[in-house]
Design a protein around this ligand. Structure first.
Ligand SMILES: *[C@@H]1O[C@H](CO)[C@@H](O)[C@H](O)[C@H]1NC(C)=O
Ligand SMILES: *[C@@H]1O[C@H](CO)[C@@H](O)[C@H](O)[C@H]1NC(C)=O
Ligand SMILES: *[C@@H]1O[C@H](CO)[C@@H](O)[C@H](O)[C@H]1NC(C)=O
Length: 849
C-alpha cells in the first residue's frame, strides 16, 4: 500500500512515450496542486515525495460547536500546527442501528472541510473504537445487544459491524474527495486504537483480530497510510505508533517505518471526585524536543483543544463534563498561556531544523553523565543540534562546537544552525495569562421556578421477581433507573419501641444511588472511576405496616476502556437486605421489584423549550430549596459581548443542565476532589498525579454554555437536581483574562533574534516582553514589574535582592490604556543596570479589564 498513488503516477508518467512528455506530465501534475501522494519511509511521512516534520493537534469535533470550529482551527494553525487529528465517534453518528446522524457538532465532513480551507492536513482516526473518555468508548449501546456479540476480538458479529461502519466512513470521505490522494486534506487514517494491551491479555483471538482489522483497513483503498497506535505487532504496511507522556524511547516495528507519536498528552482528563491535572509546558516541550532529537518526525498533541463532553457523552464512568485536558486551547477555545505560545515557539524552532532533520540521522555525542548533543548534519550542509540537560536539579554548562551553552535543569536547547540557541524548553518567553470568571448581567437575577419529581411513586413500567442489570433495561436512553419494592413491618418489631432503625444494605454495580423510603430521601452513595461499585448501608425510618423502598440507580457514563468492558454491569444487582429486625436479617433481593426507566420529568420533556410548560411549575421559594429530585427553570437574556460563557454551579449538588433544550452535560460540584495538590515542579518525569489543582473543592464548578446556543432574549435554562441545592447561587459568568505576565531573561534566546543574528551577527538584540489582553480589554494597571532578580511566578511575583528602581515607569508610560504593548528588555529602559555582572530578568504582571 505504501506509495500506491505515487507509484501510479510514476507508472503513468513513464508509460507516456519519451522523457519530455513524462516531465510535462509531472509538471502539470504538481502545478495542479490537486491530488498528492502520501507515503512514508524510515524517516518520515512523505507528501509528494517530500519528507515532512509534522506537528499535529487533536480537536474532537463533537466536543465543541460548529461555530467554534473555524476559530479553533485558526488558533491551531497560528500555533504552528500542520495537521488536525480527530477520532470518529460512532455512537454519535449511529445512535440507533441504521439511523445516522451527521448534523450539528457531528457534521464530520464540514469539520474536515474547514480544516482543508485553513490549509491544514487531517489525521482521521476511524477506530471505530476510540476510548477517548467517551461514553462506551465510542461504541453504540445497541452494538452490545446484537446476539453473539463480543467487542474487539475475533468475533463475527463484531467484525461485521466494525467493517460496515469503517466502510461507510471511508466511502463518505471518498465521495467528498477528502483523502489527500484525491486532493483532500486527509493524509493519515487509523484503524482500531490502543489494541496492543488488550491483545496481550486475550492472546490468540486478539492476534487474529489485529490481522483482520489491518487487512480490512488496507482493503479500503484510501491511498493514504494507516496507523495503529500502541500496537507493536501492527502488520505491514500499517505503521505502529506511540501514545504517552514521553515517546523518545519508542521505535516502529520495522526499520522502514517512521517514528510517530499519535498522542503526546498535554495534560490529563478530570474525573468527578478527582483533582484537576496540569502538565507544565516546560516538560511538554522537553518531551517533544526529546522525541524529535531521537529521530521522531510526527507529533500529535492530545488534546490541542479538549473541549466539553456535552449531553451524556462522557465515559469512564465518572468522567467530568469538562474535557479541558490542560490543552493549549482551553475548554472555551481561548489560548492557554504560556502553553500555547511556548509550543508555538518550539514549533518554529523545530521547523527551522527541518532541512537537517529530514536529511540526516542524528549523531549522539555524550557531553557528560547527564548531558548530550544530538546533531543532524546533511550532505548539503544543513546542520541542526539539540543539546540536552537531563539533570532534574542542576543547570548544565555544555561544551559544544568550541562554545559553552548554559541549560536549565531538565531542558533541551535547539540550535538550527548548530551554533545559535533559538529555543530552550525551560525558558518560557511567551506571555502567561491568568483567567477569571466574572458574573455577567442577564437582565436581572435569574428567577427560578421549580417542579418536584415524584420521588419513588409506584408508577412503574413493569415488575419482576429479582434485581435486573441496569444498562440492559435502560439501553442508556437515560441515566436513571428506579428499583422499587414493598416491605411489610409487623407492629411487634422491637425497633418500633427502641427507635433503633433497621439497616438497609444495598450492593450496587454502580454508579450512584439515592435511597428513598416512603418518598423521603434517606441517603446517597456513589462510586468513583477507580471503584464504580458501591454499598449503601444505613439505618432507615420504617413504620409499622406497608413501606415503600425506592432505589434510584444512576449511571454516570459507561466505561470506555478495559478488556471486554462491554460486559461490565451497572445498577442494583444486590443483595439488598434489611438487618436489625426481629427475624435478624431479611433478604429483599428475590422479592417482587417494580421498575421504571428514567424520570417523570424526562418523559414529559421538561428540558425542552416546547414541552417544559407541560407541567405546573411553582415560583421558587425558600421551602423548595435543598430538595432532592427537583427540576428548576429560569429564563434569561443573553449578556453583551463575545466572551465565552459558563454557569457557576457551585451551590448545587448533582444533576444535569440544559439551555434552550441543548444539554450542557452532567454537573456534580458536590463531588469534591481528593488528591495532593502540594507540589508542582516542571523538572522530572511527569505523571497525571503531579501538578493538581482543586483539591478539597468541586472537581468541576463551571459548565460551558456555548454562546451560539443562546438567543438574544428568553433563553430557557433547566437544571435537574438530584440531591438538593440552592439554585439562587447559580450565576452566568464570562471567561476573560484577569492579568497577563511576562517573565523573561535578558539574554533569552528568541527566534526573531536568531534570524537577525544570521544577518548581522555583531549586533546583540534584546528580547521583548509582549503583553496583550482580550480584544475588548485594556491594560488598566501595572500590578508588578521588576528588572533584576525577581522571584515567584505569574500571580505571585516578588522583588529579589536586585531590582531596578524604575522598573514600573516604562510600562506605565507605554502600556497603560492599551490593548497590548511590547517593551524591550534593556537596562536603559529601567533606568540603568541595577546589578552589573549578574544574570537579570524581567518579571511583569499587568491587569486587563
Ligand atoms: C437482558 O435482559 C433480558 C430480559 O430480562 C435477558 O433475557 C437477557 O439475558 C439480558 N441480557 C444481558 C446481556 O444481560
Ligand atoms: C513535595 O515536595 C517535598 C519536597 O521536595 C517532598 O518531600 C514531598 O514528598 C512532595 N510531596 C509530593 C506529594 O510529591
Ligand atoms: C431561539 O431562536 C430560534 C430561532 O432563531 C428558535 O427556534 C428557538 O425556539 C429560540 N429559543 C428560544 C428559547 O426562544
Amino acid at each position: 500500500m505504501r506509495s500506491v498513488v505515487g507509484l501510479t503516477k510514476f507508472v503513468m508518467g513513464t508509460n507516456l512515450v519519451g522523457a519530455s512528455l513524462s516531465l510535462l506530465y509531472l509538471f502539470w501534475f504538481s502545478s495542479s496542486s490537486a491530488e498528492a501522494s502520501v507515503s512514508y519511509d524510515y524517516k518520515a511521512i512523505t507528501i509528494d515525495g517530500q519528507r515532512r516534520i509534522l506537528i499535529s493537534g487533536s480537536i474532537h469535533y463533537p466536543r465543541s460547536t460548529p461555530e467554534m470550529w473555524p476559530d479553533l482551527i485558526m488558533k491551531a494553525k497560528e500555533g504552528g500546527v500542520d495537521v488536525i487529528q480527530t477520532y470518529v465517534f460512532w455512537n454519535g453518528h449511529e445512535p440507533s442501528r441504521g439511523e445516522y446522524n451527521f448534523e450539528g457538532n457531528y457534521d464530520l465532513v464540514k469539520f474536515i472541510k474547514l480544516v482543508q480551507q485553513a490549509d491544514l492536513y487531517v489525521h482521521l482516526r476511524i477506530g471505530p473504537y476510540v476510548c477517548a473518555e467517551w461514553n462506551f468508548g465510542g461504541f453504540p449501546v445497541w452494538l452490545k445487544y446484537i446476539p453473539g456479540m463480543n467487542f474487539r476480538t475475533d468475533n463475527e458479529p463484531f467484525k461485521y459491524e466494525m467493517q460496515k461502519f469503517t466502510k461507510m466512513i471511508v466511502q463518505m470521505m471518498k465521495s467528498e474527495k477528502l483523502f489527500q490522494s484525491q486532493g483532500g486534506p486527509i493524509i493519515l487514517s487509523q484503524i482500531e486504537n490502543e489494541f496492543g494491551p488488550v491483545e496481550y491479555e486475550i492472546g490468540q483471538p486478539g492476534q487474529v483480530y489485529t490481522d483482520w482489522a489491518a487487512k480490512m483497513a488496507v482493503a479500503q483503498g484510501t491511498g493514504v497510510p494507516w496507523v495503529m497506535c500502541k500496537q507493536d505487532d501492527a502488520p505491514d504496511p500499517i505503521i505502529n505508533t506511540c501514545n504517552g507522556f514521553y515517546c523518545d524511547y519508542f521505535y516502529a516495528n520495522k526499520p522502514y517505518k517512521p517514528k510517530i507519536w499519535t498522542e503526546a498528552w498535554t495534560g490529563w482528563y478530570t474525573e468527578f471526585g478527582g483533582a484537576v491535572p496540569h502538565r507544565p509546558v516546560e516538560d511538554l516541550a522537553f518531551s517533544v524536543a526529546r522525541f524529535i532529537q531521537k529521530g521522531g518526525s510526527y507529533v500529535n498533541y492530545y488534546m490541542y483543544h479538549g473541549g466539553t463532553n456535552f449531553g451524556r457523552t462522557s465515559g469512564g464512568p465518572f468522567i467530568a463534563t469538562s474535557y479541558d485536558y490542560d490543552a493549549p486551547l482551553d475548554e472555551f477555545g481561548l489560548l492557554r498561556q504560556p502553553k500555547w505560545g511556548h509550543l508555538k515557539d518550539l514549533h518554529r524552532a523545530i521547523k527551522l531544523c527541518e532541512p537537517a532533520l529530514v536529511a540526516a540521522d542524528p549523531i549522539v555525542i555524550s557531553l557528560g553523565p547527564r548531558h548530550e548533543a544530538h546533531v543532524f548534519k546533511s550532505n548539503s550542509g544543513a546542520c541542526a543540534a539539540f543539546l540536552a540537560n537531563y539533570d532534574t536539579e542542576s543547570f548544565g554548562k555544555l561544551p559544544f562546537a568550541n562554545m559553552h551553552y548554559n541549560l536549565p535543569p531538565w531542558s533541551i536547547s535547539i540550535l538550527p544552525d548548530c551554533k545559535n540557541t533559538v529555543f530552550n524548553t525551560a525558558r518560557v518567553g511567551a506571555q502567561s495569562s491568568q483567567m477569571k470568571m466574572t458574573p455577567v448581567s442577564v437582565n436581572g437575577k435569574l428567577s427560578w421556578e421549580a417542579y418536584s419529581e415524584n420521588g419513588g411513586s409506584f408508577d412503574s413500567s413493569f415488575s419482576m421477581v429479582g434485581l435486573l442489570e441496569q444498562i440492559n433495561i435502560t439501553r442508556d436512553v437515560s441515566d436513571y433507573l428506579w428499583y422499587m419494592t414493598d416491605v411489610y413491618i409487623d407492629s411487634n418489631e422491637e425497633f418500633l419501641k427502641t427507635g433503633e432503625y433497621p439497616v438497609l444494605n444495598v450492593l450496587s454495580a454502580g454508579h450512584a444511588l439515592h435511597v428513598f423510603v416512603n418518598g423521603e430521601l434517606s441517603g446517597t452513595s456513589y462510586g468513583s472511576l477507580e471503584f464504580p461499585k458501591l454499598t449503601f448501608s444505613q439505618g432507615v425510618n420504617l413504620r409499622a405496616g406497608d413501606n415503600k423502598i425506592s432505589l434510584l440507580s444512576i449511571a454516570v457514563g459507561l466505561p470506555n476502556v478495559g478488556v471486554h468492558y462491554e460486559t461490565w454491569n451497572a445498577g442494583v444487582l444486590g443483595p439488598v437486605s434489611l438487618t436489625g429486625l426481629n427475624e435478624g436479617w431479611r433478604d429483599l433481593s428475590w422479592q417482587k421489584w417494580f421498575y421504571k426507566i428514567g424520570l417523570e420529568g424526562e418523559s414529559f420533556g421538561l428540558h425542552s423549550v416546547t414541552l417544559s410548560s407541560s407541567v405546573e411549575w411553582v415560583r421558587e421559594s425558600l421551602s423548595s430549596q435543598n430538595q432532592p429530585l427537583t427540576w428548576y427553570r429560569a429564563t434569561f437574556d443573553a449578556p453583551e459581548g463575545d466572551a465565552p460563557l459558563a454557569l457557576d454551579m457551585n451551590s448545587m449538588g448533582k444533576g444535569q443542565l440544559w439551555v434552550n433544550g441543548q444539554s450542557l452535560g452532567r454537573y456534580w460540584p458536590a463531588y469534591k476532589a481528593t488528591g495532593d495538590c502540594a507540589n508542582c515542579s516542571y523538572a522530572g518525569e511527569y505523571n497525571e498525579k503531579k501538578c493538581l489543582t482543586n483539591c478539597g473543592e468541586a472537581s468541576q464548578r463551571w459548565y460551558h454554555v456555548p454562546s451560539t446556543w443562546l438567543n438574544q432574549t428568553g433563553n430557557v435554562l433547566v437544571a435537574f437536581e438530584e440531591l438538593g441545592g440552592d439554585p439562587s447561587g447559580i450565576t452566568l459568568v464570562k471567561r476573560e483574562i484577569d492579568t497577563v505576565c511576562a517573565d523573561i531573561f535578558e539574554l533569552q534566546p528568541t527566534l526573531m533574534n536568531w534570524k537577525m543574528h544570521a544577518l548581522r551577527r555583531a549586533v546583540t538584540l534584546r528580547p521583548k516582553a509582549h503583553l496583550w489582553c482580550s480584544s475588548h480589554q485594556r491594560i488598566s494597571k501595572i500590578k508588578f514589574a521588576s528588572f533584576g532578580t525577581p522571584e515567584g511566578s505569574c500571580g505571585n511575583f516578588r522583588q529579589g535582592s536586585c531590582h531596578a528602581f524604575h522598573s514600573y515607569d516604562v510600562f506605565e508610560r507605554i502600556c497603560l490604556g492599551l490593548n497590548s504593548c511590547s517593551v524591550t528588555i534593556d537596562a536603559d529602559n529601567f533606568g540603568g543596570d541595577p546589578c552589573p555582572n549578574i544574570m537579570k530578568k524581567l518579571s511583569v504582571e499587568v491587569v486587563c479589564s
